[in-house]
Design a protein around this ligand. Sequence first.
Ligand code: 13P
Length: 251
Amino acid sequence: MRRPLVAGNWKMNGSREMTKALVTGIAADLPSQCGTDVVVCPPYVYLDMCRELVGEGEISVGGQDLDVHEPGAFTGEIAADMLLDVGCRYVIVGHSERRSLYAETDQRVGQKVSAASAKGLIPIVCVGETREEREDGVTAEVVRRQLGVVIETAGINIFPKALVAYEPVWAIGTGLTASESQAQEVHALIRAQLSDASEQAAAGTRVLYGGSVKPDNAAGLFSQPDIDGGLIGGASLKAADFLGIIKAATS
Ligand code: 13P
């Protein structure tokens, strides 16, 4: 049985005030031993504050990206060691916004996953097709290629500790969610690809769905056999919505 995980990707949103209100709001109403792993991924500058706010409670903290290098002369970048230093357990890697807006290649994503895992951070590896790719009928191929490069570069042994997040690009921030069966179909392909490399990886790896997950569609998505939780954007910025999604994962 895979333990569900719900992660909030705040993207480039927040302030000190909002961080405090949101994190304390989530912590206040999170049932103890809720049965779901809960992660918040604020912008880098609020990680430290977030970590202090969550204390030894149930909420973990994650970065939204990292650099592949050891600390050194890389202006503007953040190393795995720094994320660990401020108490991160997780890091999102290869989000579609990084791929499309910051030119991250499959190879670079593979290297980042490898760098994160080597340091003991748990990568949440994002994969997913664009609207054009879905319309062209190449969803399976695109997701297979993206995950394939990660397996090749970082090795299958990073799983099941690493997670995969299937985020169809056309469903991100658009209000369009993949239907339960559309999502399940791709999640099953992801699990089959892991299974080709390792049965243990396939059985243990949590595959999250992301893309316009809200409290009212979360339960249906999470009830699918290969969907083990969610990577949440917009709805993770409101404590009540995020808590509603966590509740859906738990029940
Ligand atoms: P939305 O939940 O806002 O669609 O964003 C999803 C996402 O990109 C999470 O990483």
